[in-house]
Ligand binder design. Structure first.
Ligand code: NAD
Ligand code: TYD
Length: 374
């Protein structure tokens, strides 16, 4: 979808972690574009993530469910939208293990409902028939788990999802592919590795560990801590999605990653060092967070606790991103160290954001996980 025209976007899940980062990224880069966000505001959706853009009237927000096909059709029609960037999903593996149903509903039925709406509005309308795009945001978890010496996932690695979350995302990927093949809907899909950065809900490893380091709560590491994930700063993911939308081949899938594999324990050690350094550089942090071991000199790493492993915990993910590198010239701009440092500073500068989140559904989740808010 070459950018000869202004785009008019529907961003689903735009009040969540990656979706809101994408909305900020796109609104800054393409200020002339119309952006409508559709989000059900589940526990993971947060209008604070979009506050500045909402206050400036730069975007329209619609609270609603992607399973509501009639609503999606009416938004696409009344706003004359020609681009869908589909982030909305249930996204946390641990929640999918405790309760898979919501994952099947939102990730499979919801994606299907989005595809049906796009097909109806776009393919039956000669004006947008040849000028539309449905971009589906997916994950590397659809490919399953790698052994220590296996080659990284490419776009042709067979799907082998292991968690209910991964299985539901795999099913949604197949539906997107089928709507292209069968009906000619112009789709692209991206499968990305683990993201981190601003607005990340603190049920996920990096923000959970970081906030626990500030508050002097234990940092739970599942199993032996040697599971490997491939980390990408969220803005680099947004840049990859932009490239796929603007330059990618219709019908293709692209893996997005930054060659950044780390064991969980190495990652958390790096984060501990960054938090300790932040406290050394700013003595006022010790007053603000007196329960943090970084304040008392014992060091954030003293909070690490090995806990019971996640059932079916995938051992290793790694993305081979050569296709997007070579075909679209993609390059991530952050190393893990610069991205993590930026993330630590964002959380230090945005205490009111995470305090509000932690006072809400987060504490109920921790109670459910560990029996007590840690
Ligand atoms: P998130 O959980 O932070 O946000 C999901 C958003 O979707 C929330 O705002 C939520 O309110 C909204 N939502 C959920 N159900 C909805 C429904 N039925 N209707 C409308 N809105 C609904 O998730 P995230 O981490 O930002 O992930 C976004 C997308 O990126 C997901 O599709 C996920 O599979 C994919 N992804 C995530 C990662 C990662 O590391 N987080 C990596 C690769 C791909
Ligand atoms: P997570 O952020 O949940 O992402 P995903 O499971 O989708 O990769 O977890 C990242 C890794 O960190 C994963 O191997 C599980 C592990 N983990 C912990 O060790 N402790 C935790 O408290 C959490 C949430 C995750």
């Amino acid at each position: 979808m070459a950018r000869q025209h202004k785009s008019r976007l529907l961003v689903t899940g735009g009040a969540g972690f990656i979706g809101s980062n994408f909305v900020h990224y796109w609104a800054k880069k393409y200020p002339q574009d119309r952006i409508v966000v559709l989000d059900a505001l589940t526990y993971a959706g947060n209008l604070q993530n979009l506050q500045a853009l909402l206050e400036q009237d730069r975007i329209r927000f619609v609270k609603g469910d992607i399973c509501d096909q009639a609503l999606v059709e009416s938004i696409l029609t009344e706003e004359a939208l020609n681009l869908i960037v589909h982030f909305a999903a249930e996204s946390h593996v641990d929640r999918s293990i405790l309760g898979p149903d919501a994952f099947l509903e939102t990730n499979i039925q919801g994606t299907h409902s989005m595809l049906k709406a796009a097909r109806k509005v776009w393919l039956e309308n000669p004006v947008v028939r040849d000028h539309h795009r449905f971009h589906h945001v997916s994950t590397d978890e659809v490919y399953g788990s790698l052994g220590a010496t296996d080659p990284a996932f490419t776009e042709t690695t067979p799907y082998a999802p292991n968690s209910p979350y991964a299985a539901s995302k795999a099913a949604s990927d197949h539906l997107v592919r089928a709507y292209h093949h069968t009906y000619g809907l112009e789709v692209t899909t991206s499968n990305c590795s683990n993201n981190y950065g601003p607005y990340h809900f603190p049920e996920k490893l990096i923000p959970l560990a970081l906030l626990h380091m500030l508050l002097g709560k234990s940092v739970p590491i599942y199993g032996d801590g040697l599971n490997i994930r491939d980390w990408l700063f969220v803005e680099d993911h947004c840049r990859g999605i932009e490239l796929v939308i603007t330059e990618g081949n219709v019908g293709d899938t692209y893996n997005i990653g930054g060659n950044c594999e780390r064991t969980n324990i190495d990652l958390i050690q790096t984060l501990c060092n960054l938090v300790d350094q932040a406290f050394q550089a700013k003595p006022e942090l010790a007053q603000k967070y007196p329960d943090s071991p970084s304040a008392t000199g014992s060091g954030a790493a003293s909070l690490i606790r090995y806990v019971k492993d996640r059932p079916g915990h995938d051992r290793r993910y790694a993305i081979d991103a050569r296709k997007i590198f070579h075909e679209l010239g993609y390059r991530p701009t952050h190393s893990l160290e610069t991205g993590l440092a930026q993330t630590v500073h964002w959380y230090l500068d945005n205490e009111s954001w995470w305090k509000a989140v932690m006072d809400g559904s987060y504490s109920r989740w921790m109670d459910q996980q560990y029996g007590t808010a840690k």
